[in-house]
Write a protein that binds this ligand. Structure first.
Ligand code: CTP
Length: 450
């Protein structure tokens, strides 16, 4: 019996796939099809595959051409499979010519002519391209630039406009977008969704207008200054069937998500403490520029693992801040201690102060250590009393997580929430804590000048 094996993602199965499977099958008597696992696709840069592994495997099975469907999970697996299943022929489309010649040491390698004119990539982009606009100001130029650049990695999204008060500060790249305007309404008219990176004070007004106009919203966190505003915005989004999502890049990074799942599955026992820090120095401030303090700038990021791991039902909290100027809310450094019935959390944020930006999740059988800068991490460790039991995890982070954030937003807009999605309880808890900070409505708040 001649055994043939072939591999692919088989997203939105199309006739190019079927033709390939038919020809691969015809090369022998028994066809094994390896379908790539979601994590494996992410790692090799295919980031917005639309269908789940189960759906893709089912579609391949439904062709009736495969005698066996297996999952491809790791690099180097092909050699393993060829040996394990005693495979005679490895077949793959001609887009891979030369790439798998090394498998000739294990079986015969056949490249089959790729069917012209169809691909999953094309199907993903043509299904419906979401037109997205960016609204912000000159303080956020680098982020606008990155966001636009990263959007090119995501099929099905196109940045079609930007709204800023003064377009002269934009890069040539942003200036060349189809619409550059200082009118938010003009932008909203031309897009399906908007990414808001303007100052916190503008969020509420901009979100409400965007939602009223029927546009989905991705907004830098916190999405509002007050819980009452947050509730109004969320209710409006629900009523209109629109997505309102916190833009915290870290939440969508693979390593961060895996760390959460590992912690939640009890790998370090019961979690008793989450200790997290984020800090940065300030760029030269321009005259008259209003700067967000450290809690506004870093709070959402730093509070994310606390609320996602320990929940939002804490008993009490204490906020201690060092202020830049006694009369403002511009904190240089803030330490938040949060007390839960069975755990504690400590959050340190600094803007204009530097500290080690690490994350430690302590449990009853070990701890998770995420080195600085943990919010951009691709790496973490589980550490135990006996160091020989330590485990290291690495997951490639592309584009600081922005492209994964865009993929999650697009998936939410298309009707399916991903597990990376920041749920509403967490979004609300972030706003609530920051509101308490503004209102000094906490156990204790200290003002001490540097
Ligand atoms: N294939 C083919 N003809 C096409 C598309 C794909 O013969 N028009 C083959 C590929 O060469 C591969 C298999 O089908 O052997 C699975 O390919 P996959 O990467 O899943 O499909 P693509 O449509 O190429 O996906 P993408 O656009 O995401 O790269």
């Amino acid at each position: 019996m001649t055994k043939v094996i072939t591999y692919g993602t088989y997203d939105l199965l199309h006739y190019g796939h079927v033709r390939l499977l038919e020809r691969a099958k015809a090369l022998g008597d028994y066809l094994i099809v390896g379908v790539t696992a979601d994590g494996f696709d992410m790692a090799r840069g295919k980031i917005n595959v639309q269908q789940s592994l189960m759906e893709r495997m089912e579609a391949v099975r439904a062709t009736g051409l495969a005698d066996e469907v297996i999952v491809e999970e790791y690099e180097g697996q092909k050699i393993d499979d060829i040996l394990r299943y005693d495979v005679d022929i490895f077949a793959i489309g001609s887009d891979w010519i030369g790439k798998f010649d090394y498998l000739n040491n294990y079986c015969r390698v056949v490249y089959l002519e790729r069917t012209a004119g169809v691909s999953s990539t094309e199907l993903r982009s043509s299904s419906h391209t979401m037109r997205m606009g960016i609204v912000g100001d000159e303080n956020e130029l680098p982020l606008m630039e990155k966001f636009e650049r990263e959007s090119h990695y995501v099929n099905g999204v196109s940045i079609t406009g930007i709204c800023v008060p003064d377009a002269s500060c934009l890069s040539e790249n942003l200036k060349s977008l189809p619409l550059v305007t200082d009118s938010f309404m003009a932008l909203l008219k031309e897009v399906d969704a908007v990414y808001i990176i303007s100052g916190l004070a503008s969020h509420y007004k901009q979100i409400i207008v965007a939602l009223q106009q029927g546009k989905h919203v991705l907004c830098e966190s916190p999405i509002a200054q007050r819980v009452a505003e947050w509730e109004e915005l969320t209710a409006l989004a629900h009523e209109k069937g629109l997505v309102l999502m916190d833009a915290i890049r870290t939440a969508y990074a693979t390593a961060y998500q895996r760390m959460l799942l590992i912690a939640k599955s009890g790998r370090v026992g019961n979690i008793v403490s989450v200790d997290v820090s984020c800090s940065s120095l300030r760029p030269q401030q321009r005259k008259g520029e209003v700067t967000n303090g450290s809690l506004c700038a870093w709070g959402p990021n730093a509070l994310l693992p606390v609320f996602q791991l320990l929940g939002v039902d804490y008993d009490s909290k204490q906020i201690l801040s060092l202020f830049n100027n006694n009369n403002t809310n511009d904190d240089l450094f803030t330490k938040v201690s949060i007390v839960y019935p069975h755990a504690v959390a400590s959050v340190k944020v600094g803007k204009g102060v530097k500290t080690e930006g690490e994350l430690v999740v302590s449990g009853t059988t070990g701890y998770i250590y995420v080195p600085a800068p943990w919010w951009k991490t691709d790496y973490f460790e589980i550490r135990r009393e006996d160091p020989s039991q330590n485990k290291r995890y690495f997951y490639q982070l592309e584009g600081e997580g922005i492209r994964y954030e865009i993929v999650s937003f697009l998936k939410a807009v298309n009707g399916g929430k991903t597990y990376a999605y920041i749920n509403e309880c967490v979004s609300r808890a972030i706003v609530s804590l920051i509101e308490d900070f503004f209102d000094k409505n906490v156990t204790s708040i200290s003002r001490f000048a540097p």
